[in-house]
Design a protein around this ligand. Sequence first.
Ligand code: C5P
Length: 215
Amino acid sequence: MKLDKKIITIDGPSASGKGVLSSSLANHLNFSLLDSGLLYRAYAYCYESSLDHELALKSFESINFVNASNKYSVNHDGNEITKQLRSESMAKIASKISMMPETRKNLISIQRSFKNDNGLIADGRDMGTVVFPEAAYKIFLTADPETRAKRRFLELQKKGQEVNMRDLIKDIEARDKADTERSLSPLIPASDASIIDTSILDPDQVLSRAIELVC
Ligand code: C5P
């Protein structure tokens, strides 16, 4: 397979630091960004009302991803739904529907359409293994569950959402288990991925390591 130097994949479990690294690396390299988790959350939002994949895909056509310096906001039929999509309850629904083969089939070509000549950072769970196996650079982030729960706690608190630390650890562990053990596109590092443990690194240190790997 011919490797594509214009695609960098960043995979890993929730709150491992993918989002921060992806947008800072995209800004550093002037690449565009695919936040595939946000696509799964948006698809979950569309699926939830009908529980029908055909109707969900139709409803997904009314989703608009608005990119401002690699931070996305999302509208559906003109209504802003970003906050709703970023909630823990939507993450749980996204995790459930992401196991369905129809969901993954419906989203694969949409994800691949983000590929472009200027360069793409693709953030997700299966970017390096399934969606962009041709990527020349593949990064897999990890961090221990307590560190990730703490990060998610602060993130949600900052957004004014009520959270309980014990529930958050339970949710994160359940989601990790579901993402890792599912038969379709499980969360695993690609065989050619570089693994960075972000548990004791700050975002600037993670960015420096990633730049060393891709430049
Ligand atoms: O990354 P984020 O937490 O926004 O993703 C929400 C959920 O969507 C994940 O828990 C996972 O189940 C699913 N997902 C996926 N494949 C991706 C991205 C997200 O299955 N590439």
